[in-house]
Design a protein around this ligand. Structure first.
Ligand code: G3I
Length: 373
């Protein structure tokens, strides 16, 4: 087997990164996030397929994280672009990597208003009501994916982003339009039924959304979970995406209030897509960086400010570790992030750890020490 010069320099770069970029620690202390998070919660990252052919990115994923989410490759449009024609290739690449390094996998996502192909909502004109048609397509999709990745995926986002910030049902949802107001309940019932058929009852069924700290949304999600529980519909975890700001937005108190409300439902909490916007004049929302003048002069983009913010937030995660199943960062380094033009992640454009990497590490280490006392 021949190794190209490019591979050699990438390997050398990888070794240098390991040797130099990570600060030295006392011999018995964890130096990577994965070890420091042990006993607290799973620590995850979202990866596109190209990460697995990038030596430095894969080294980081394997050493710092123990849970992976496909950034796009398990979504409906990627896995079933045409009815009944499934494409698992990219998802398989992530799953194989996860298995090789003893990592858990999160499936993202079955039902979402975005990244769902048109055919799902097209009328086959065969006399069946559209509710029945779309529910059958959803069930077929869920069964195919859960069967293909049986035993390899530990949690699935069953429904994604179905509420407005004030708690009303999302205005635009072809799923709701076609199935009716009980569409989320139906999706969870289907996922649970299929999981039972496959002997996969342990797979966590998750509701995932952004701005999950906003009081209207908190109230609506808590109500939905309680309604489901009263009706015997299984829901195991609440995913808070955590696309947040570098200033005090949301505040630690606001996030804590949401944790208390969600933990009281008996569901686990998952921090599912964390990144922190540092860009002035823009707000980080589930829709992308949106212009927002109230953020003008307000987002502190310095590396130290971001480190402090990440540290404070992780201190809170540690405090609530008993309720938190996993914390996942949405991307590896800044240049990999969907938030173009910001520095929202804990590794920089060259995949070197930033000061916020170390504040996260310190926070986890403190939490782990407290556990051992
Ligand atoms: O695959 C096509 C490629 O063929 C084409 O050449 C290229 C040109 O733009 O686009 C590629 O698709 C892009 C896709 O990412 C894969 O890279 C889409 O344009 C782009 O819109 C898409 O963005 C993703 C976004 O979801 C879509 O809504 C982001 O990478 C992904 O990080 C983001 O993730 C979402 C979560 O799923 C749900 N919560 C919010 C979060 C951030 O928006």
């Amino acid at each position: 087997m021949s190794i190209s010069m490019k591979s050699v320099s990438a390997i050398v770069a990888g070794i240098c990164l390991g040797a130099l970029a990570f600060q030295a620690q006392a011999a018995d202390e964890p130096t990577r996030l994965r070890d420091a998070a042990e006993g607290l919660f799973l620590i995850g990252n979202a990866a596109p397929t190209r990460a697995f052919s990038d030596l430095i990115a894969s080294d980081i994923l394997a050493q710092d994280f123990n849970r992976l989410t496909c950034e796009n490759e398990m979504k409906f449009d990627a896995t079933e672009p045409q009815e009944g024609q499934f494409n698992y290739r990219a998802g398989d690449t992530l799953v194989e990597f996860a298995q090789k390094y003893g990592m858990k996998v999160h499936g993202h996502t079955f039902l979402w208003h975005s990244q769902t192909p048109q055919w799902v909502f097209q009328n086959p004109n065969d006399g069946r009501p559209m509710r029945e048609v779309v529910l059958a397509r959803l069930e077929n999709h869920i069964r195919a994916l859960m069967t293909h990745w049986k035993g390899k995926i530990q949690s699935w986002d069953v429904c994604n982003e179905c509420f407005e910030d004030d708690g009303r049902p999302r205005g635009f949802s072809p799923w709701r339009q076609n199935i009716g107001d009980d569409y989320m309940e139906q999706a969870f019932r289907i996922a649970d039924k299929v999981a039972k058929e496959l002997g996969e009852e342990k797979v966590l069924l998750v509701y995932n959304d952004f701005n999950m700290y906003k009081p209207g949304k908190v109230q609506a999600v808590v109500k939905m979970v309680n309604d489901f529980k009263a009706k015997g519909v299984r829901i195991d975890a609440i995913g808070m995406q955590a696309h947040w700001q570098s200033n005090d937005d949301p505040s630690i108190e606001t996030i804590e209030a949401a944790f208390k409300a969600y933990a009281a439902t008996g569901c686990k909490i998952i921090i599912s897509e964390m990144d922190i916007n540092t860009r002035n004049g823009f707000r980080n929302s589930g829709r992308g960086l949106e212009r927002d003048d109230s953020v003008q002069g307000n987002a502190d983009s310095s590396a130290d400010a971001l480190a402090k913010r990440y540290g404070q937030i992780f201190d809170l995660f540690v405090k609530y570790h008993e309720s938190i199943y996993a914390v996942t960062l949405w991307g590896i380094g800044d240049s990999w992030s969907w938030l173009r033009g910001g520095q929202p992640l804990i590794f920089d454009n060259n995949l070197d750890p930033k000061p916020c990497y170390y504040s996260v590490l310190e926070s986890l280490k403190k939490g782990q020490k407290a556990l051992k006392k």
